[in-house]
Design a protein around this ligand. Sequence first.
Ligand SMILES: [Zn+2]
Length: 77
Amino acid sequence: MDDPLTVIGVALVLSGLSALFAGPLGPLVVGLLALAVSVTRGGGDDAVNRVNCPNCGAPNDADADTCEYCDHAISGA
Ligand SMILES: [Zn+2]
């Protein structure tokens, strides 16, 4: 793949990406990418794997024995 056109194309894409990330829109682009990744990976998974403490309502891991905030026993699954 030493086609000059391919090399030029890759260089253009890379420089374009660099300009995006380095420019004033960099944080926005990164944020959008992160958002897209989280949506693609199913952002709801975390919520599914968490359970609210029956005592204080704080979110805890579903497999936790006690609340990490108030030490109240959590009746898991
Ligand atoms: Zn608690």
